[in-house]
Design a protein around this ligand. Sequence first.
Ligand SMILES: Cc1ncc(COP(=O)(O)O)c(C=O)c1O
Length: 388
Amino acid sequence: MTTPFWSEDVNICQHFGENSKERYGAVNPPIVQTSLFAYETYEELSHAIKDERHNYVYSRGTNPTVQILERKMASLERGEVAKCFGSGMGAISGALFALLKSGDHVIVVNNVYGPVLQYLSFVEKNNISFTHITENISIDTIKEAIKSNTALIYFESPGTMTFKEIDIIKITELAKSNNIYTMIDNTYATPLFQKPLTLGVDIVAHSLTKYIGGHSDTVAGVIICSNKLMDVIYPQGYQLQGSVLHPQDAYYIIRGLRTLPLRMKEFHTKSLEIAKFLSEHKKVRVVHHPGLNVQSYTKDQLWGYSSLFALELNVDDFETISSFLNNLKLFQKGVSWGGFESLAISPHFGGFDPVKNKGVPVGIIRLCIGLEDTESLKQDLFNALEQL
Ligand SMILES: Cc1ncc(COP(=O)(O)O)c(C=O)c1O
């Protein structure tokens, strides 16, 4: 695993964006626990209110602790500016709400987080339509899907559940030549392993709930983009929607960032080792891990693998799938991912949702490898397979 930005990024995760004068000598930044900021004069307040994005007025605008996290996230993604939200979904839906208008069309490429598709279905009532491409993804199929009213191409790479990669540079070139915005959910890779803005993407979203928070104790999200786009997203998609990140939670995410490089390095090695081990087991039909299916463009876009991947058993019935899940002892059964704990789920929960799960094979089982001992995790998976 080699990334061209590793040393700079490791230091950003530690000190960047923290002004020592505001810390009273403490090594950690203060949690500025306030809803509002008061001024000596009415004129000073009036001046601040004219630009709430850059002045402290109200914590549903800008808060000093949250701002430290925003500086770090913008810097890690090599973007101009970041805004933190109360959840990943808050960030994604806030940006979509602000950017899309009635009559617009969106192209969704690859398998993406299901609730984003549910959100796009929901806004169909506002005359916003979308086309979802999950099969035969190529520049030609995306080109064919472009309409005169296409405003945005939204994607994930690697994609949710099947972890397929797509060629980011080719997509951004196509989008730019058609005056279409591009937006990526970069939660899988984190900015340590993939920097989409450097590949021409306009907007990056993350669920900070996952690897960046890293301890399964906080829900948060972020958008990173240019100042010009943030001027649109901030007033409408953030302030008016009110999906605010609490300063206490921002502190937890800042703390998570300190160890992100260590955890991601560990996850890269561990997940590849476990994925290879599973792919050799006779009861496993396929393992969906980007490291087992390296594409020609991969070395210039994805520099490492996180700990999320999926497998399919030789049989697809829910009974066998739930037996496998229940046979696992070290892997807990739960949604979300990116924390210290190993998790396993079938995303279908016994039923197939045609919008949310489009393109996700019926038999897929997603694993999130945690920080437990690698040999113990392999043994747990082996036992669960043998008992079937
Ligand atoms: C890929 C991806 N993006 C976004 C989200 C939404 O993030 P949050 O749960 O913080 O709203 C999730 C949640 O699981 C996710 O898996």
